[in-house]
Design a binder for this molecule. Sequence first.
Ligand code: HEC
Length: 160
Amino acid sequence: MSFLLKRILIFVIGFASIIISLLYFLNPNNKENDNIEITNIEIDEKLISQINLGKSLYVTHCASCHGDNLQGQPNWSTKKDKDGHNLSPPLNGTGHTWHHSQDQLFNIIRYGFKIYNENYDGKMQGNDKLNDDDIWSILAYMKSVWPESIQKKYDTISKH
Ligand code: HEC
């Protein structure tokens, strides 16, 4: 190969690699973005499995009072049960559950209404069999059922 041909070849290869690297870095679909997408998918998957766990715990521990679809008991806001206690309110976003902060809801589920009124003798007792993760999962499930507008409002008011 002649000297001149070698130099042209080196020039062409050099030029081509600059163009290829430029295309790579200017491409919005490069590796860095792929990683961001994967991370988001991982977060979604984590949330979905948390919600699924919450749902099954809800069915076991809460549905007997609050209803299979978190709908509460009929006439919960106007009637009492046969013991004179409050009926179970809905947890599906149609009641006032979302007016409580995350921590208040956590405490109500963990300790029952006793935590806010030591003389409380109604039906919402604590759940000492549920660990912290269980309770956060139930809350994630409850929240996932709320209408989107309520979820958004909740995220702006709730300071934990
Ligand atoms: C034995 C029936 C019963 C069971 C079981 C029960 N609850 Fe309740 N819950 C109630 C009643 C009744 C109230 C309303 C409290 C009151 O006013 O006395 C309530 C209130 C609540 C509130 C407050 C809602 C609001 O809008 O202020 C939350 C949150 C809640 N329960 C979550 C749960 C979760 C989660 C479980 C399962 C881990 C559960 N409850 C199990 C009867 C029950």
